[in-house]
Design a protein around this ligand. Structure first.
Ligand code: F6P
Length: 354
């Protein structure tokens, strides 16, 4: 039988353990051995190589339900330009390839996002080893797959936050601003805003003005409602066109995040009492949603099947109610922002969300 390695790389999200569990089940079905590499590629850098043997006994029971990753992960250190303690960058790719060889692996399954796939693909090419990718990211910004593992749970967490903000907003007649993650894409904000009944959704793909937000809040007041919910994606820029970090560097005004900036602008423009919640990493933790568990399971099984068929340098993907696979290079190249003519933007406009 074969011996395959599996690692999780980049930011964690809900559903990673469900992928690992599915891979172990399918591989065991083929009579193969699975080695779980610790801390992404970091485990392959260390000597001895850091890994654990995974069998049905180690992944069943609660693994499907468990957030995070039992293997650990990291987004530190591109092995081709690895930051050394003395401040220099060193190419350590040969050490990683050496670590892979030391384990005697026949193939590697990498669970990651675009950044991790770019590195893993480069390593696989250089080391001449077979690799298959499983897409995960709460941001849902990977091209060539309709969804990635972790996105559905992150949206559910953001919707729950809106569900909890609504009654307190109503009781105090306030405008509640919720800042959500998403890196450079507005997918989480858009989906959570629609499902959570937001009045305003700000995403980096669509320019905004404070006037139109204030007008929307006035429209809401005209209907007799005295509170509003606003969702802001973390990547939204200030009206000065800077990211919030730049504003902070400017040193004149201090904002905790774009949510604070928007909250202050809304308060100034409408006179409304405004409160801001920055959701942060709670979007990454928690039990995976049923849909994330399903996608993770389907992806894990298909990834092992690809290795059995000898199909490599592929990423498993979700398309049209099922699992497909695509060249991993295409997935790396196609970054997926919110499509302006897509169904969700149309839905938001149909609901008069500003
Ligand atoms: O890519 C996932 C993500 O959670 C983004 O939404 C967010 O911008 C970033 O990672 C946060 O990174 P870190 O965990 O390093 O703070």
């Amino acid at each position: 039988g074969k011996r395959i390695g599996i690692l999780t790389s980049g930011g964690d999200c809900a559903g990673l353990n469900a992928v690992i569990r599915a891979v172990v089940h399918r591989a065991t079905g083929y009579g193969w051995q699975v080695l779980g590499i610790k801390e992404g590629t970091q485990g392959l850098l260390q000597r001895p190589v850091q890994y654990q043997t995974l069998d049905l006994g180690s992944v069943d029971g609660h693994m499907m339900r468990q957030g995070g990753t039992i293997l650990g992960t990291t987004n530190r250190g591109d092995p081709f330009a690895y930051p050394m303690p003395d401040g220099t960058l060193k190419d350590r790719s040969d050490e990683i390839i050496g670590g892979y060889r030391e384990l005697g692996l026949d193939a590697l399954i990498g669970i990651g996002g675009d950044g991790s796939f770019a590195i893993l693909h480069k390593l696989a090419q250089k080391g001449g080893f077979p690799m298959v990718g499983v897409p995960k990211t709460i941001d849902n910004d990977l091209g060539k797959t309709e969804v990635s593992v972790g996105y559905d749970t992150a949206v559910a967490v953001a919707v729950e936050a809106l569900d909890r903000l609504q009654p307190t907003a109503a009781s105090h007649h306030r405008v509640m601003v919720l800042e959500v993650m998403g890196r450079d894409a507005g997918h989480i904000a858009l989906a959570a805003g629609i499902a959570g009944g937001a009045d305003v959704i700000l995403i980096p793909e669509i320019p905004y003005s404070i006037e139109s937000i204030a007008a929307k809040i006035q429209d809401v007041r005209n209907t007799g409602r005295n509170f509003a919910l606003v969702v802001v994606s973390e990547a939204v820029k200030t009206l000065e066109g800077t990211g919030v970090k730049k504003v902070l560097q400017g040193g004149e005004k201090r904002y905790g995040g774009i949510g604070d900036y928007i909250g202050e602008k809304i308060a100034d423009a409408t006179g409304a009492e405004t409160r801001v919640t920055v959701l942060g990493h709670v979007q990454r933790g928690s039990m995976p949603s049923p849909r994330d568990r399903l996608i993770a399971s389907a992806f894990g099984v298909h990834a092992v099947d690809l290795i059995a068929e000898g199909k490599f340098n592929r990423m498993v993907a979700w398309s049209n109610r099922g699992v497909i696979d695509v060249p991993i290079t295409e997935a790396i190249e196609h970054y997926s922002c919110v499509e302006l003519d897509g169904a969700l933007v149309k839905t938001a406009r149909g609901l008069n969300i500003s």
